[in-house]
Structure formats: C-alpha cells, structure tokens
Design a protein around this ligand. Structure first.
Ligand code: PBG
Length: 313
C-alpha cells in the first residue's frame, strides 16, 4: 500500500505546534456581554429559557459590570425592561428611563467599561412592536423620530456606542443627524445591519418581555432566505451561527469591522444540549465563538461572554 503523500497531521501532532499554526485566536477583547436591566433593588431573576442569564436591577448590573471588567471583557450591551409600557414606548426615551439610570450608575462605578445601548422600542411598547403602530402596521418615519430621541437620551446618560436594532429604513441617518446636532459626533453607531426575522430570538423575548402582541416582525426584519439584501447595509449580523455565510460575505466585500450577535436561541439550544449531557459545554462555547470569528466577525455579542473569557484566561 502506498504511504500517504501529504501528512497534515504533522502540524496537528502536539499542542505547541497546533497553537503556532492557529489561524483564529479568540480573545476576551472580542466579546460583548448583553445584560437586561429591570426596576427594583437587589433583583436578580433568572431567565427561564436562558439559564445563567438574569433580569437585574441596577445595583446588580453594576456588580455584574465589575465582574465583566475584571474578566477582561471590554463592553456590555444594555437592554431595559421599563416599569410600564405604552403605545409609543416612551420609557425608551425618558431621561430617567431604566437604561438611562443604569448608564449613569455603571459609568460612575466602572468608568472604563464600554457601554453599548440597544436602541429599539419593542421592550417599551404595549403592543411589542419595534416602532409606533398606525393602522396595524409599524409607521417607519414616525418611529425614526422616537429612535433618534432615544439614542440622544442614551448618549446624554453616558452611552459610548448606540446600537439600533429596530430595522426601520433610514434610522442610522436619523440617529446620526440627531447625535451630531447635539454635539455627540464622537459616538459611533453600531447598526444591526443584517438583522433577520429569526426564530432564534425566542428566549430574548421572554427575557425582555418584548414579543409582538399581534403579527410578527417580517415587514421590517430580513427574510432568512436572503443574502444579497444584507450587503446593501453593513456591520452587525444577527443571528450568528446560522448566518456565517453573511458574516463572511460582509467581511470580504467591505473593509469594515463586523459584529455578530450569537442570539438567545443559539445560546438556549447549546445550553439545553449540554444540560442533557449531549454536548460538552466548554468545547462548544469556544468552538462556536471561534467559528464566528473565523467567518469574519471582529466583535461578538454573546451570552457566553463571561464563561468564554474565563476559559480563555
Ligand atoms: C430588539 C432586539 C431583539 C434582539 C436584540 N434586540 C429581539 C427581536 O428583534 O425580536 C434579539 C437578541 C437575542 O435573541 O438574543 N428588537
């Protein structure tokens, strides 16, 4: 029998050589931890479909932020659960809103943690849609004003990056314009450019109590069957693992930083399999995140951020 001509196993034979030829290195610096802030004091309520993640009152979030910083994770993404909801989601842009209060508290306690705020109305509206509803549909342009107002209010409260996730047309321009007019030119917008109408957001809607009360989000989020459409806009791809082709294509076609969001349903699926003893937790955490990075993501928003940072240190 002929001996193999090519023996790639030579470069896989031991740890040292493997690490020397490793092409993708995941670092805690690539990670962003999402957190859900709720009213109250000393509240830390586990989210049933996302074990290990919590709705936290501001005091608890501040504690969490200290831990995150000490793990070497540079940034947090904040979502808010307001004390009350209404038709227009006014809790999102109230200057004493839940996220605004959290921003001020975290900024003073952990000043060098980067604070990113999700900008969307679905957590704040009584109907659970991401914008103002008129005649049974989300009114795009009326919503832009509210989103811009929300972004400005977050910037004033100390947000370092604004991340609109609503998927209205023209939101980046509307937000940029409002921020610039108010002397927040330095604040970047991390736009969820390729955000799909995905079934993988289920657990998040439990966490943020943000499921639409009627209909769905298909008239504003993207069709999972489409790839080309994503390329016209840019930057954040979400979900991550089922959309690695989109991450790769954005990365190769545009010379820009790419962020990917490993969403709640991806987290829930992996944790459930691990709880059944079907998958090894530590391995799948690092493998899934490394694959997202290999596909081209520079920043990864993940509910595994803390565990991954521990494994990497
Ligand atoms: C708000 C928003 C959602 C997510 C991030 N921002 C939910 C949605 O669009 O329904 C999902 C994140 C996750 O599933 O982890 N619009």
């Amino acid at each position: 029998m002929d001996k193999p001509y090519y023996r790639p196993r030579r470069l896989r034979s031991h740890e040292t050589i493997r690490s020397m030829v490793c092409e993708t290195r995941l670092s805690p610096l690539n990670l962003i931890y999402p957190a859900f802030v709720c009213p109250g004091v000393r509240v830390k309520r586990e989210i049933e479909s996302m074990p290990g993640n919590y709705n936290m009152s501001i005091d608890q979030v501040v504690e969490e932020c200290r831990g995150i910083k000490s793990l070497g994770i540079p940034a947090i993404l904040l979502f808010g659960l307001p004390p009350a909801k209404d038709e227009v989601g006014s809790g999102a842009y109230a200057d004493d809103g839940i996220v605004q209060q959290a921003l001020r508290a975290i900024k003073s306690a952990v000043p060098d943690l980067l604070l990113i705020t999700d900008v969307c109305l679905c957590e704040y509206t009584s109907h659970g849609h991401c914008g103002q509803v008129r005649d049974g549909d989300v009114d795009n342009d009326a919503t832009l004003l509210l989103l811009a107002k929300t972004a400005l209010s977050y910037a004033r409260a100390g947000a370092d990056i604004i991340a609109p996730s609503d998927m209205m047309d023209g939101r980046v321009r509307a937000i940029r314009h409002t921020l610039d007019e108010n002397h927040f030119e330095r604040i970047p917008i991390l736009s969820y450019a390729a955000k799909y109408a995905s079934g993988f957001y289920g657990p998040f809607r439990e966490a943020a109590d943000s499921a639409p009360k009627f209909g769905d989000r298909r008239s504003y989020q993207m069709d999972p069957a489409n790839q080309r459409e994503a390329i016209r806009e840019i930057v954040m791809v979400k979900p991550a693992m089922p959309y690695l082709d989109v991450i790769y294509r954005v990365k190769t076609e545009f010379n820009l930083p790419v962020a990917a969001y490993q969403v709640s349903g991806e987290y829930a699926a992996l944790v459930a399999a691990q709880r059944n003893g079907w998958l090894e937790k530590d391995r799948i955490i690092l493998e899934s995140l490394t694959c997202i990075k290999r596909a081209g993501a520079d920043l990864i928003i993940t509910y595994f951020a803390k565990e991954a940072a521990k494994l990497l240190s």
